[in-house]
Design a protein around this ligand. Structure first.
Ligand code: B12
Length: 326
C-alpha cells in the first residue's frame, strides 16, 4: 500500500471522523469501508484508538469522492498516491469542462443542455453497457449545476427511455439495467450532497401502487441540495408507513411523486389517508402527472409543485426557519 498520504509532521492538526465526514460529505461507514477493504485512506489513531484525519487525508478523501462520482471504482484508484489522484481529477475536469464555444453552459435552458450526452447515454443503454452509462452520468453530474443535472439530463434521459421502449429499440430489460445505474448514481449524488448535523428531514416516496420511483428519488436529491436531509424510502409505500416515517422527530415534510395516477385504485382516498395519518405539523408536497397534481390540489393539506426548481425554493426558504434539536 503506497502511503504518501500519511500525516506529515507531528504538529500537523488532526481531526476526528465527524469533521472528516462534515468536510467531505462522505459518510463514516464509507470511510471505514474505504480504509478496511481498500486501504484507500489511512488515518492516524489517537491513544484511545480513535481515527484522526490530517488535512492531506481530508483532501485525499475529497479526491476519492469526486472520482467515484465520476465513475471510477474505489478499488481501481485506492492504491494511487494523492498526487496521482489530483492528476486524474484534473483530467476528469478537463474532460467534463465544456468547450469554449458553448460556455457559459449553466445559463443555457436546462432541457437543451446535454443533447450529445443523451445520445451517448441511449447508445450505452441499447448496448447494455452499464459501465459507460455510469461513467457518463458521473461526468455530467460533475459538469452541471445540481438543477441542470436533474432537469437537463436525468429527466430527459428517463423520458427518452420511455420513447425508446415505445419505439421498441429497447425492452424492459434495458430499461431495468438503465434504471439500476441511474438509481445508483443518484444515490451517490444524494450522499455527497447531504449536509451533516441537525437539518430538517423530508420523506421522499410514492404512494401505494405507484412503482415509478425516479420522481421521488429526484425530489430527494433536490432536497439534499436545499440543505434538508432526504429520507428516500423507495416507491409504493402504504399511507400508514408514510405516516410512521413522518413521525420521526426531525421530519418536517413529506414529498410524494405520482407519475401514473391510474396505477393507484383511488388517488384521492390515498392522499386524504396520508394527510389524516401524518402529524399536522408535517408539510405534505406532491408532484407528478398533471392529473395527480389536480387531485393533489383538491386534497386539503397538500401543496402541489410543478417542478423541482419550485420544490428546491420552498425547501431552501424554510430550511433555516426549521430548527431541529440534536
Ligand atoms: C422508467 C419507467 C417505468 C419503470 C419504472 C422504473 C423505476 N424504478 O422507477 C417501470 C418499468 C417499473 C414502469 C412501469 C410502468 N409504467 Co412506466 N415509465 C417509465 C418511464 C420510461 C420513465 C418514468 C420516469 O421516471 N420519468 C422521470 C420523471 C421524474 O419525469 P416526469 O414524469 O416528467 O416528471 C416531471 C414532473 O411530473 C415533476 N415531478 C414528478 N414527480 C415529482 C415529485 C416532486 C416532489 C416534484 C416537486 C416534482 C415531480 O418533475 C418532473 C420533471 O419535470 C416513463 C416514460 C416518461 N416519459 O416519463 C414511463 C411511463 C411513466 N410509464 C407508463 C406506464 C403506463 C407504465 C405501466 C402501467 C406499464 C405496464 N403496463 O406495466 C407500469 C405501471 C407501474 C406502476 N404501477 O406504477 C406511462 C404512464 C402513462 C400515464 N400517463 O399515466 C409512461 C408515461 C410511458 C408511456 N409513455 O406510456 N415504468
Amino acid at each position: 500500500m503506497i502511503s504518501d498520504h500519511r500525516s506529515g509532521s507531528a504538529t500537523e492538526p488532526l481531526f476526528p471522523v465527524r469533521v472528516a465526514v462534515s468536510r467531505t460529505g462522505v459518510a463514516a461507514h464509507l470511510l471505514r469501508a474505504w480504509e478496511r477493504r481498500y486501504g484507500a485512506v489511512e488515518p492516524d489513531r489517537s491513544r484511545g484508538g480513535q481515527r484522526r484525519y490530517s488535512e492531506r487525508e481530508i483532501e485525499r478523501i475529497r479526491l476519492l469522492r469526486d472520482l467515484v462520482a465520476a465513475g471510477h471504482s474505489i478499488g481501481s484508484i485506492a492504491h494511487r498516491s494523492t498526487d496521482e489522484l489530483r492528476e486524474l481529477m484534473a483530467a476528469e475536469r478537463e474532460l467534463a469542462s465544456p468547450s469554449p464555444v458553448d460556455t457559459p453552459v449553466r445559463e443555457r435552458r436546462a432541457d437543451t443542455l446535454f443533447h450529445e450526452e443523451l445520445g451517448t447515454a441511449m447508445s450505452a443503454v441499447e448496448d447494455r453497457d452499464t459501465a459507460s452509462l455510469r461513467a457518463l452520468l458521473g461526468r455530467v453530474a460533475l459538469s452541471a449545476t445540481s438543477f441542470g443535472f436533474v432537469q437537463g439530463f436525468i429527466v430527459p434521459l428517463l423520458r427518452e427511455l420511455g420513447s425508446a421502449w415505445k419505439r421498441g429499440s429497447i425492452g424492459v430489460a434495458e430499461e431495468h439495467l438503465a434504471s439500476a445505474v441511474i438509481r445508483e448514481v443518484l444515490g451517490v449524488q444524494i450522499q455527497a450532497a447531504e449536509l451533516p448535523g441537525a437539518v430538517p428531514g423530508v420523506v421522499c416516496t410514492t404512494p401505494s401502487g405507484q412503482l415509478h420511483e425516479f420522481g421521488a428519488l429526484l425530489a430527494a436529491l433536490t432536497a439534499a441540495h436545499a440543505g434538508w436531509r432526504p429520507i428516500y424510502a423507495g416507491p409504493d409505500l402504504p399511507s400508514v408507513e408514510i405516516a410512521r416515517l413522518a413521525e420521526s422527530p426531525d421530519v418536517r415534510a413529506v414529498a410524494l411523486s405520482v407519475l401514473h395516477p391510474s396505477a393507484s385504485s383511488s388517488l384521492e382516498d390515498l392522499l386524504a389517508e396520508v394527510r389524516r395519518a401524518t402529524p399536522a405539523s408535517v408539510k405534505l408536497y406532491l408532484g407528478g402527472h398533471p392529473a395527480a397534481v389536480r387531485t393533489g390540489t383538491a386534497t386539503p393539506g397538500f401543496s402541489v409543485l410543478e417542478s423541482y426548481e419550485e420544490f428546491r425554493d420552498v425547501l431552501a426558504e424554510s430550511a433555516s426557519l426549521l430548527r431541529v434539536d440534536t
